[in-house]
Design a protein around this ligand. Structure first.
Ligand SMILES: *[C@@H]1O[C@H](CO)[C@@H](O)[C@H](O)[C@H]1NC(C)=O
Ligand SMILES: *[C@@H]1O[C@H](CO)[C@@H](O)[C@H](O)[C@H]1NC(C)=O
Ligand SMILES: *[C@@H]1O[C@H](CO)[C@@H](O)[C@H](O)[C@H]1NC(C)=O
Ligand SMILES: *[C@@H]1O[C@H](CO)[C@@H](O)[C@H](O)[C@H]1NC(C)=O
Ligand SMILES: *[C@@H]1O[C@H](CO)[C@@H](O)[C@H](O)[C@H]1NC(C)=O
Ligand SMILES: *[C@@H]1O[C@H](CO)[C@@H](O)[C@H](O)[C@H]1NC(C)=O
Ligand SMILES: *[C@@H]1O[C@H](CO)[C@@H](O)[C@H](O)[C@H]1NC(C)=O
Length: 565
């Protein structure tokens, strides 16, 4: 017995951090072990529980049965066997909504409420010595976020699910409403099942947006009612496109998991594939050398000065909008190429006829397509170079996707525009894989080096902004551009690095205790490294092929592989 007691004391004195990612913004805990009762159940205390919340409850109950993640210590779960044997059992988690809260599906909270008006807050209380835990929120979306916290905090050993730090009291809400992943499904195609697996994992780290870069110059894998020929001719094959029902299915699947879809129809650049069906709308199509006419092969972009092309584009946007729920959409707008238009006979003629410049035509094109979005109640997004390089005026309420570098965020803020952070110098998941253009053997990627999770994690969304500019930051997103990615490496290239951005935009400029993350002033990253290692093992346990961040030896011994250890 004395031996058992010593073991328990030893176990409890091992430094142990809450297993949560993103870390809640208000968290207190004790040091008492607690396990789930074999009859553990999750109940809602209100009537007419929406079916997507019921499904989320079922998924959590299922995870609590099937997860096999053991605590990351030498000896794993068996180390805690004694503590578990004597632990109190938790019998229920009861979900309730605050007085006056609407009982609506999670999907409706996500796809009808403006991004900055959603209530994702929740309070979760897990006692050490009574049978019932409680989760309270102002919306089903808030309940879903809290349920996700509960869903990802338990350790497995034998037949038990347990924690060591009851009671746990969490009061949580995100620092930023827009916490995204930008997904390029055009350079290479991803089956629906891979997108859904990604959405599941996104929901576990409380991301709120999938920004879907669905088409590009290389392929147009989207079935559009108004122009079915776009996918018929522009997709890589009859198996590599998203049908209208695929898009609706993905949209619904995402919304039920607290994730909104912002579809980006990148334009007027990055549109060569439209020319497979409609060459009359594309300037400099496949023109050589591509390096002169585009940032990537094949060259080609929409004939913005030609009225028929503007009309075509508006119809295209409207037809895609008809397919989508949600309150946001993007027209992209990055990397337009002036020589492409300057040498295009149709463009030259159209400009002469209307006595306008290409700059005026660009502004007018952007106003037209963004106007279609606004008319349909979608908050329009646009890439930052449209504003900073081409001085295109944006319509009221537009969100800017700041992508080239962090420094651009400061310039966008100076113009008083709202924006999301997507700086290539912190967040691009594809950087560092070498040049892919074929005859540049020793070439680097344009955004070298590889962005580590620590690099992304060190990001400060408020750096170099003045306090009165803070409200312009809607959040941010990490993108995967798919020139060198496909379903075969999707999980490893994205996970667990995407989780770094998820915590940055959940917690804000610092950790909840005011400490900088792994920024210039951080002395070590033990706490974050231990937690992201845990997340990585949990992802793998649930079938996401997230890569190892360290040798397992280090993951089992937090801190011992730090440079100063
Ligand atoms: C919370 O848990 C940690 C790790 O078990 C422990 O060090 C800390 O003392 C706990 N907090 C309280 C208030 O007991
Ligand atoms: C719910 O709304 C109230 C009133 O706005 C707020 O004080 C509270 O923090 C919100 N969240 C939760 C989980 O109660
Ligand atoms: C395109 O439309 C504009 C404005 O409606 C008009 O001024 C211009 O002449 C038209 N161009 C052609 C080629 O029809
Ligand atoms: C074309 O536009 C320019 C500048 O707006 C103006 O000075 C010029 O008179 C116009 N030409 C014609 C033929 O309308
Ligand atoms: C743009 O939006 C702002 C803030 O919502 C509002 O004050 C302003 O009147 C709007 N301007 C136009 C032209 O709609
Ligand atoms: C903020 O500005 C300083 C001075 O220009 C610069 O050195 C620093 O890199 C900037 N911070 C970020 C995050 O870009
Ligand atoms: C780092 O610490 C220095 C000295 O306290 C301070 O001036 C600076 O603002 C800090 N930088 C960040 C990013 O917190």
């Amino acid at each position: 017995m004395a031996c058992h007691l010593r073991l328990i004391l030893l176990v409890l004195s091992i430094p142990f951090v809450a297993a949560l990612w993103p870390i809640p913004r208000g968290l207190s805990n004790g040091t008492t072990p607690l396990k789930l009762s074999s009859s553990f159940d999750i109940q809602a205390s209100f009537k007419n529980v929406p079916s997507d919340l019921q499904d989320a409850i079922q998924r959590t109950k299922s995870h609590l049965k099937t997860d096999t993640f053991e605590r990351l210590v030498v000896g794993r779960g068996s180390v805690d066997a004694q503590a578990i044997a004597h632990a109190n059992s938790l019998k229920t988690l009861v979900l309730s909504l605050n007085h006056g809260a609407a009982v609506r599906p999670i999907a409706v909270e996500v796809n009808t409420v403006a991004i900055d008006a959603r209530d994702e807050s929740y309070s979760l209380s897990i006692p050490s010595h009574s049978a019932q835990a409680t989760l309270v929120a102002n919306s089903t979306l808030g309940l879903f976020r809290g349920l996700t916290t509960f869903d990802t905090m338990w350790y497995h050993n034998g037949g038990d699910k347990y924690i060591l730090n009851a009671p746990v009291t969490i009061t949580d809400s995100p620092a930023f409403p827009y916490r995204g992943f930008s997904f390029d499904t055009a350079r290479n195609f991803y089956p629906v099942s891979d997108i859904k697996r990604t959405l599941d994992a996104m929901s576990w780290v409380k991301l709120s947006v999938m920004y879907w870069h669905i088409a590009d110059s290389q392929s147009f894998p989207l079935q559009v009612k108004a122009f079915p020929e776009l996918a018929a001719k522009g997709a890589y094959s009859n198996d590599e496109f998203y049908s209208e029902s695929d898009v609706k299915d993905i949209n619904q699947y995402a919304n039920e998991r607290g994730i909104d879809i912002v579809m980006e129809l990148d334009s007027p650049g990055h549109t060569t594939a439209i020319g497979m069906a409609h060459p009359e709308h594309v300037a400099c199509i496949n023109k050589s050398p591509w390096t002169k006419y585009a940032n990537e092969p094949p060259a080609g972009q929409l004939r913005i000065a030609v009225n028929a092309t503007v009309e075509f584009s508006k119809t295209l946007f409207q037809s895609v909008i008809d397919l989508l729920t949600g309150t946001m959409m993007s027209s992209g707008g990055d990397e337009v190429n002036l020589p492409c238009w300057n040498e295009d006979e149709e463009t030259i003629q159209a400009l002469a006829q209307s006595n306008t410049t290409i700059g005026q035509a660009l502004s007018s094109f952007v106003q037209e397509v963004q106007g279609v979005m606004a008319k349909n109640g979608k908050m329009p997004f646009i890439k930052s170079d449209m504003v900073l390089t081409h001085n295109v005026p944006v319509i009221n309420g537009t969100g800017i996707v700041v992508w080239q570098s962090y420094a651009d965020a400061v310039k966008v803020a100076q113009r008083g525009l709202r924006f999301i952070h997507q700086p290539s110098d912190y967040f691009y998941l594809d950087c560092g894989a070498g040049d892919w253009t074929g005859n540049n053997i020793l070439g680097n990627s344009w955004c070298d080096p590889f962005k580590t999770w620590q690099r992304a994690y060190s990001f400060d969304p408020y750096a170099n902004l003045t306090a009165d500019q803070y409200s312009l930051v809607l959040g941010g997103q990490m993108p995967i551009w798919s020139e060198q990615s496909s379903l075969e490496n999707l999980d490893p290239i994205v996970w667990p690095r995407l989780a770094a951005g998820a915590e940055v935009f959940w917690t804000g400029a610092t950790l909840p205790d005011g400490e900088p993350r792994l920024g210039v002033n951080a002395t070590n990253g033990v706490n974050a490294f231990a937690r992201i290692n845990e997340l990585r093992f949990r992802l793998v346990d649930r079938g996401v092929k997230a890569i190892a961040l360290q040798p397992k030896w280090c993951a089992l011994r937090p801190g011992l592989c730090d440079a100063d250890s």
